[in-house]
Design a protein around this ligand. Structure first.
Ligand code: TMP
Length: 203
């Protein structure tokens, strides 16, 4: 199932999804749009942030299941994605099932993340930001905070997973490829050329 008006941004760490969502948020100030992200700010998401920082060490399968649980509440829980969609809003999400499949498949048997996410609805559009891992690492280093997945080999593996996943999902929903090495302005223009044509934005 595809959720209309649900749009997801994906890519390895440092790919620039959050920067672009902030630009879009500003452009859509006067439109009924809700911006959200995963892991969430709910209890499950707060716990996951501790895992990402390395403060809590879990078996990779447990981590995969927790990301999926956080997503389940994000979708169906109070003030979640479905509630906003039902209110007639355009919902933008920084990371979704594709992060779970790409990242957790790098550290656990890849049938588990796919299995955990197969019943979740798909977004209408996925913007996939493609970036080589060495550039990602340079950007992350400048930012200064490092998390457990922010290692070159892991991110290179995750990038390859993403490329495979996007090819597969192209048959199921709209995938827009973004060259994340390009300038912030040119990426913003490319994204806007897709968003401005959505019926909800045009009217
Ligand atoms: P971010 O807040 O910078 O997007 O970082 C979130 C991190 O969590 C990033 O390294 C990707 C990771 N992640 C997963 O590994 N699996 C998931 O399902 C999600 C949503 C995020």
């Amino acid at each position: 199932m595809i959720i209309s008006n649900f749009i997801v941004f994906e890519g390895i760490d440092g790919a620039g999804t959050t920067t672009q969502l902030n630009i879009l948020k500003d452009k859509l100030k006067c439109k009924p749009a809700w911006f959200t992200f995963e892991p969430t700010t709910r209890e499950t998401g707060v716990f996951l942030r501790k895992v990402l920082k390395g403060d809590i060490v879990l078996h990779p399968d447990t981590t995969a299941r927790l990301f999926a649980a956080d997503r389940c509440e994000h979708l169906y829980g109070k003030n979640g994605i479905m509630e906003h969609i039902q209110k007639g809003e355009l919902v933008f999400c920084d990371r979704y099932i594709f992060s779970n499949i790409a990242y957790q498949s790098s550290e656990c048997d890849n049938s588990l993340p796919e299995e955990l996410n197969k019943s979740f609805p798909l977004p209408q559009i996925v913007f996939y930001f493609d970036l080589p891992a060495d550039i990602s690492i340079n950007r992350i280093t400048v930012r200064g905070v490092t998390e457990i997945y922010e290692k070159k080999d892991f991110l290179e593996k995750t990038r390859l997973n993403y490329i495979g996943i996007m090819k597969k999902y192209e048959a199921l929903t709209q995938v827009v490829y973004i060259n994340a090495e390009k300038s912030i302005e040119s990426i913003a223009e490319k994204i806007w050329s897709v968003i401005e044509n959505l019926p909800m934005i045009k009217k």
